[in-house]
Design a protein around this ligand. Structure first.
Ligand code: FUB
Ligand code: ZN
Length: 645
């Protein structure tokens, strides 16, 4: 028997965070009934989460715990941080239970928790790699060996599990482990942090869950442990150990590490209000969004070290852009959003979710991308699993917790961040607001919202107008409601009076996006976007034309047809335009530059699909960044369809 605690289940609990402007809504308060997210979350529940448990069983990840518990002999299996995959799976399963109670999954999760608990050592230590002959190596290599990273994932799983089920069986393990960490790394003890950040945000959330101040204290010590003289983690930029956090101005080194680091710092800021943390976080956000982020929101361009590149080093085809880094960015922006109430963080969260997290999972729910290139020649395919399987369970936990990202509140003001057909009950003061959204978002920008006050006389609803939605409009109870001149990138407030119907119109024209001139792989190219989605062109949509999609160029004056195609990859808006397939006359790898030499040009119909849907059909080239053709020059095409520069 396990004891039960509070039923609240936000993704991150800012309820009592003194420096957070907003509080996050419980995951279970939003019931999605839409055609976009609901089927994906169902697939996650029915296929992805069960499949990942099987993978964890078949690859020895669960057996490592059996072994540590003395129930199985044989060697440790897999990579030294494989425990973290089991914990992330457990977190995903727990989030799923918070929206969809399921006795079978609950029992499976309890069985996994039982063996995790059995593997915990009498002093609270828990890591299945550092057992038996390696027991003496505990904490001997904080820089590389991920013990605290694994601990962080265990703690996050425990928090999610306790919130979802009210049970304490995993939370007790997490608290014993955190107590042990406090004994080893707490004030006046060894200065320590993990070479891979993660424990910081986990410890803050544990503090929020059980109210033990020591966990917050330890998290802050860990955030501040980097950049010391002498360094405790080797001092390398790879580990973000080159400077103290408050002096960091640039995303650098391993991308997931740095993005988890800012999550931890944002969590400490929400509790303690350190202004120097806020400044560093703002500066880093500017660095990411102005210099280091892909058009998809993906981050971390280098294969070498899975790292951030230099400013503007964002190669399309060799984009590393790890799925975990995108998830970490969503997690960070969620924290920044609730800290500040500023729409720019919700904008980036949503953009990254659709365009950098979602591509990580196949439409069948059981294949994953680790790297997410923005151009490919047909070889990059999703895999059923990886030896280093950080990304799959990360996608699962993100999808399972997604309903929790729709709303936040501040007193009697409700912030609506995301749009999809759903019903929600949002508590405000002593009552609540019953909200129904009805929309075809992200395919269409009309969002109808019914809001009914229950037990309160007034409340305000702030609707996010995404930065891309220039010219947005709003009606309240059938009457046009003037909204500020340029609402895009802000929240528009509506005072609720009782039983209101609001219609938000978010224009979604097709946009051509250009990159900064120093992003060399994007020179002379544009990316297509529509609403919150980045598009790409893929061979599978051009098989009836004798064309390599890498040759397709888009005239500047081409007009788009936008059509929802229900048979396309589960239903999607496809963009079509008349374009040209252009290839240089010379087929040599290198030849003398000849600006006036004719280029072969063949008219083609370009068909673009949302980038997150690519690689779900037969393999073939794909690209996001499409070469452009000046409109005027196009008229110079001669009768033989040749295009002259
Ligand atoms: O090291 C743990 C995880 O595995 C990282 O976050 C990923 O980048 C991969 O290296
Ligand atoms: Zn990963």
């Amino acid at each position: 028997m396990t004891t039960r605690i509070r039923p609240a289940s936000p993704v991150v609990n800012f309820d009592r965070s003194p420096f957070a402007k907003l509080k996050a809504l419980d995951i279970a308060s939003v019931t999605l009934t839409d055609n976009f997210w609901e089927p994906r979350i169902r697939l996650n529940r029915e296929v992805t989460i069960p499949g990942q448990l099987r993978q964890c069983q078949e690859t020895g990840r669960i057996e490592n715990f059996e072994r540590a518990a003395g129930r199985s002999s044989g060697p440790f299996q897999g990579i030294f941080f494989n425990d973290s995959d089991v914990y992330k799976w457990a977190e995903a399963a727990a989030f799923s239970l918070s929206t969809h109670p399921d006795s079978e999954l609950d029992a499976k999760l309890d069985a996994v928790i039982e063996v995790i608990a059995a593997a915990q050592q009498s002093d609270g230590y828990l890591n299945t790699y550092f057992m038996f002959k390696r027991a003496g190596e505990r904490y001997s290599n904080l820089k590389d060996m991920h013990e605290l990273y694994c601990a962080g994932h265990l703690i996050q799983a425990a928090v999610a599990h306790s919130r979802a089920t009210g049970k304490r069986n995993l939370l007790n393990v997490a608290c014993r482990l955190a107590d042990h960490l406090y004994d080893v790394f707490g004030p006046g003890k060894r200065s320590g942090a993990c070479g891979h950040e993660e424990a910081e945000m986990a410890l803050v959330e544990l503090y929020r869950t059980v109210g033990d101040n020591r966990y917050l204290e330890l998290a802050k010590l860990m955030v501040d442990a980097r950049g010391q003289t002498p360094p405790i983690l080797g001092g390398a930029k790879y580990h973000q150990d080159h400077l103290p956090f408050v002096e960091q101005t640039e995303f650098i080194g391993h991308a997931v590490r740095h993005l988890y680091y800012v999550c931890g710092a944002a969590d400490v800021l929400a509790e303690q209000g350190a202004p120097e943390y806020r400044k560093a976080l703002e500066t880093l956000w500017d660095d990411l969004t102005r210099r280091k982020m892909y058009v998809t929101g993906g981050a971390g361009s280098r294969y070498e070290g899975e790292a951030f590149g230099a400013a503007y080093e964002l190669p399309a085809e060799r984009a590393y852009t790890e799925t975990c880094a995108a998830i970490a960015s969503v997690m960070w922006n969620w924290r920044m959003l609730n800290l500040t109430g500023e729409a720019r963080f919700a904008d980036l969260l949503e953009w990254t979710l659709y365009n950098a997290v979602l591509p990580g999972l196949s439409l069948d729910g059981s294949h994953y991308f680790y790297q997410n290139p923005l151009a490919d020649r047909g070889s990059h395919r999703r895999q059923a699993w990886f030896g280093c399987a950080c990304c799959p369970p990360n996608v699962a936990r993100m999808l399972a917790s997604l309903p929790g990202y729709f709303y936040s509140t501040a007193d009697s003001t409700i912030y609506a961040h995301l749009y999809a057909t759903h019903e929600a009950t949002v508590p405000v003061e002593d009552g609540s607001v019953e909200i129904r959204q009805n929309t075809q978002y992200p395919w269409d920008g009309t969002v109808e919202i019914q809001a009914k006050l229950v037990g309160v006389n007034c409340a305000a609803l702030r609707l996010r107008v995404p930065g891309w939605a220039e010219g947005a409009g709003l009606t309240l109870n059938g009457k046009a409601r003037p909204i500020n001149a340029s609402p895009a990138g802000s929240y528009v407030e509506v005072a609720l009076t009782g039983d209101d119907v609001i219609v938000l119109e978010l224009p979604m024209p097709v946009e051509r996006i250009a990159a900064h001139a120093h992003v060399t792989s994007c020179l002379g190219r544009i990316a297509l976007t529509r609403g919150p989605l980045v598009y790409c062109i893929e061979a599978a949509d051009h098989t009836d034309q004798d064309v390599d999609v890498l040759d397709i160029a888009l005239p500047d004056d081409a007009e788009f047809e936008e059509k929802f195609v229900s048979e396309l990859l589960g239903g999607a808006v496809m963009l079509s335009a008349e374009a040209l397939a252009i290839s240089p006359a010379s087929k040599a790898l290198y030849s003398r530059y000849a600006p006036s030499e004719p280029l072969e040009a063949v008219p083609v119909t370009l068909s673009a699909i949302p980038y997150f849907l690519w690689a779900n059909r037969e393999a073939g080239p794909m690209q996001v960044w499409i070469p452009t053709l000046p409109a005027d020059d196009e008229s110079e095409l001669d009768a033989s369809d040749e295009y002259y520069e």
